[in-house]
Design a protein around this ligand. Structure first.
Ligand SMILES: [Zn+2]
Length: 569
C-alpha cells in the first residue's frame, strides 16, 4: 500500500519530454513509481484529464523576512510553488550583528519595497552568522521548501560595520568576507548574490557593494568554486557586459560555477539582449556558465490609487486627498470640480526619472480583470487619449476610478518595447536562459509577479493569440527541471523515482489567474499586492497534500533545503 497515488494523470515530468498518461506513487515523501502503479494508495487522487507536473521551483524571491513569520509563504504557495530560493540581489537578513537589524531592514525596504514596519514587527532575530539563520529557519514549519543564499550587502555590513558602503576594503577584510561566505555555503546556502544597479537604493544611497571592485567580487565568487556548488546571482545594469564583462569572464573560467543576472529588452537598446544571449552560448561552448535570467512577462509596475506610485500622485489636489480612505478618495475624485482642478495641475516633482516614468503614456495600460499583460499598442493611455481627444491624465484618472478605485494600470518598464511578447519569447526559449525574477515577497506596493508560474500556463501555454504559444512540456520544464538543475536542487524538479514528492495536479482548462489586489495583512497591517489563482486541484510537498482546490489543508511539510545535503537521493 502506497502513501499516496495520483491516478490516471497527464504526466508532464519536467524534463521536457512528451506528456503521457499514467500514475504516480509516493512513499515516505519521495516518488516511488512514475508510470504504471498496480498497487493501491492509502489515499488516491483522481487525475483523469488533469496535468500532473513537478512543483514549481522559483529561484528568484525575497521572502527572507516573511519566511520567519509566515508559514504559508503566500502568494507563491497559492501558485503551485513548492520550493523558493531567497536572498537574491544582495539583500537579506543574515549575517547580522546586534544593532544592525534596522540597517538591513532599511536596505530591504529601499530595494524591494517591503514595508519596514512589517519587517520590524515580523522578524524575531535569533541569529548572527548565516548558518544560525539557516538553523532558525529549519526549526519553523511551513507549507513549502525554502533555500537561502548569501547576500553581499549583509556580508559587507557584518564585516565593515559603518563602512559598509565604502568602495575601499583591505585584504584582511576581503579574506574575512570570503570566509563568511564560504562558511555559509558549506552550511547549505545555494549561492552568493550582489547588486550592481543604480536602481537599487535605500535611504543611504546605492546599496553596499554596488561598485565593489573586481578583486572583491572574485574573492567572494571563488568560494563557490572552492565549495564546488552554488550560483553567483546579481542584478546589474550592464546585462553582464560593460565594465563587468572582464571579471565575470574570469569568474566563469576559474570557478566553472554559473553566474546569473536579469536580462531584459530595454527601450534604449531594444536588440541588445541578443548580444548577451550570443555570449552566453559562446561561453557555454567553453564550459562556462553565463545564465541570463528572464521573467515570463514584462517587468513593470502596477499603478493604482492604492499603489505606492501612479501618474497623478504628485499633483497638489491629489496630495491633499491622498490620506483619505479609498472609498472617500474615489468619491472626491469623481466630483467634477475636484477633478477639473486636479487635471489643470502639473506633477510637483523634480526628479526627471520619476517624472518620465509617471508620464510614459505609451507604456501605461489598463490591466483589467481578467488581467491583460500583453495589451496592444492601441490600448495605451497615449493612444486612447489621442483617439478620444483627451488629456492622458484624464484617461488614466478614469481608469484608476474603475472597479471602485481598485483598477490597476500596467506600466511595463522592460521587455515591452514593441508592445508584444516576441522579444520575451526569444529570451525565454533561449537554451541558456533561466526563468526567474518573480521577486516573490517583494515590491509590495507596485509589483506582483509571484503568480508568474500560473501565468506561464494560462497565457503562454493556453490563451495567447498575439503570437506563438509555448508547448506545455517546455513551459513546465522551464520552471521545474531547468531551475532546479541550475541551482543544484538535484533532488527535485522532475517526476522520477527517488525524487522528492513535490508536485501539482492541475486542471488546465479551468485554470484562471485573478487580477492582482491590494491587501493589508502584513505585520503592523502592512500592505502588499497579491494575486490569486484557480485550477490547482492539488499541490503536494514532500508527499503531503498542502493545497486542495485552492484551500490550504493545514499540512506544513516544508523544509529548509541545504545545498549539498541529501541532494540526488
Ligand atoms: Zn530581486
Amino acid at each position: 500500500m502506497h502513501d499516496l497515488v495520483i491516478r490516471n494523470g497527464t504526466i508532464v515530468d519536467g524534463t521536457g519530454r512528451a506528456r503521457f498518461t499514467g500514475d504516480v506513487a509516493i512513499d515516505d515523501g519521495r516518488l516511488s513509481a512514475v508510470g504504471d502503479v498496480p498497487g493501491r494508495g492509502r489515499r488516491e487522487i483522481d487525475a483523469k484529464d488533469r496535468v500532473v507536473a513537478p512543483g514549481w521551483v522559483d529561484i528568484h524571491t525575497h521572502y527572507d523576512g516573511q519566511v520567519t513569520w509566515d508559514p504559508m509563504m503566500t502568494p507563491s504557495s497559492w501558485h503551485g510553488v513548492t520550493t523558493v530560493v531567497m536572498g537574491n540581489c544582495g539583500v537579506g537578513f543574515a549575517p547580522v550583528r546586534p544593532g544592525q537589524e534596522d540597517f538591513l531592514i532599511e536596505l530591504m525596504e529601499g530595494v524591494e519595497d517591503i514595508p519596514g514596519t512589517a519587517l520590524h514587527e515580523g522578524i524575531d532575530w535569533q541569529w548572527e552568522p548565516l548558518p544560525q539563520y539557516l538553523d532558525a529557519l529549519e526549526k519553523m514549519p511551513r507549507v513549502l521548501d525554502v533555500a537561502a543564499q548569501v547576500p553581499h550587502c549583509s556580508i559587507r555590513a557584518y564585516v565593515l560595520g559603518d563602512r559598509a558602503h565604502d568602495l575601499e576594503v583591505n585584504d584582511r577584510e576581503i579574506v574575512e568576507m570570503a570566509q563568511l561566505t564560504q562558511d555559509a555555503l558549506r552550511a547549505g546556502a545555494f549561492g552568493f548574490t550582489t547588486s550592481r544597479t543604480v536602481l537599487h537604493r535605500s535611504k543611504h544611497g546605492l546599496v553596499p557593494g554596488t561598485y565593489s571592485k573586481p578583486e572583491e567580487l572574485l574573492a567572494l565568487g571563488r568560494t563557490l568554486g572552492k565549495v564546488g556548488r552554488g550560483v553567483f546571482e546579481m542584478v546589474a545594469d550592464s546585462l553582464g557586459g560593460g565594465g563587468d564583462a572582464e571579471w565575470i569572464g574570469q569568474f566563469c573560467r576559474e570557478t566553472r560555477r554559473p553566474i546569473t543576472f536579469a536580462l531584459a529588452q530595454t527601450p534604449n537598446d531594444p536588440t541588445g539582449y541578443r548580444t548577451t544571449l550570443e555570449r552566453a552560448s559562446e561561453m557555454e561552448n567553453a564550459g562556462e556558465h553565463l545564465v541570463p535570467q528572464v521573467p515570463c512577462r514584462p517587468t513593470g509596475m502596477l499603478y493604482g490609487l492604492q499603489s505606492s506610485f501612479h501618474p497623478l500622485i504628485a499633483h497638489p489636489t491629489y496630495q491633499r486627498l491622498a490620506h483619505l480612505p479609498l472609498a472617500e478618495r474615489v468619491a472626491r475624485l469623481r466630483d467634477p470640480e475636484t477633478r477639473a482642478g486636479l487635471l489643470s495641475e502639473k506633477a510637483q516633482i523634480q526628479d526627471p526619472v520619476a517624472l518620465g516614468l509617471l508620464s510614459n503614456w505609451s507604456q501605461i495600460f489598463p490591466l483589467g480583470d481578467p488581467p491583460d499583460y500583453e495589451p496592444p499598442r492601441e490600448a495605451s493611455a497615449a493612444a486612447t487619449a489621442e483617439r478620444e481627444g483627451r488629456a492622458p491624465e484624464a484617461v488614466v484618472l478614469d481608469w484608476m476610478l474603475e472597479r471602485d478605485g481598485t483598477q490597476l494600470l500596467f506600466a511595463p518598464l522592460l521587455n515591452y518595447v514593441d508592445c508584444d511578447f516576441e522579444a520575451l519569447r526569444e529570451m525565454m526559449l533561449h537554451p541558456r536562459s533561466l526563468l526567474g525574477l518573480s521577486d516573490g515577497g517583494a515590491h509590495c506596493g507596485l509589483i506582483c509577479d509571484a503568480g508568474m508560474p500560473t501565468f506561464l500556463l494560462t497565457y503562454w501555454v493556453r490563451d495567447r493569440t498575439r503570437g506563438p504559444r509555448i508547448p506545455l512540456e517546455q513551459a513546465v520544464r522551464l520552471q521545474t527541471g531547468n531551475t532546479a538543475r541550475v541551482y543544484g536542487l538535484e533532488d527535485r524538479g522532475v517526476l522520477a523515482v527517488g525524487k522528492r514528492a513535490d508536485l501539482n495536479v492541475i486542471d488546465l482548462d479551468a485554470m484562471h489567474l485573478h487580477a492582482p489586489e491590494m491587501v493589508f495583512d502584513l505585520p503592523a497591517s502592512g500592505r502588499r499586492l497579491v494575486q490569486r489563482a484557480d485550477g490547482y486541484v492539488a499541490t503536494v510537498v514532500g508527499g503531503e497534500v498542502t493545497f486542495e482546490h485552492g484551500e490550504p489543508t493545514g499540512r506544513l511539510p516544508g523544509k529548509l533545503v541545504r545545498a549539498g545535503a541529501g541532494a540526488a537521493r
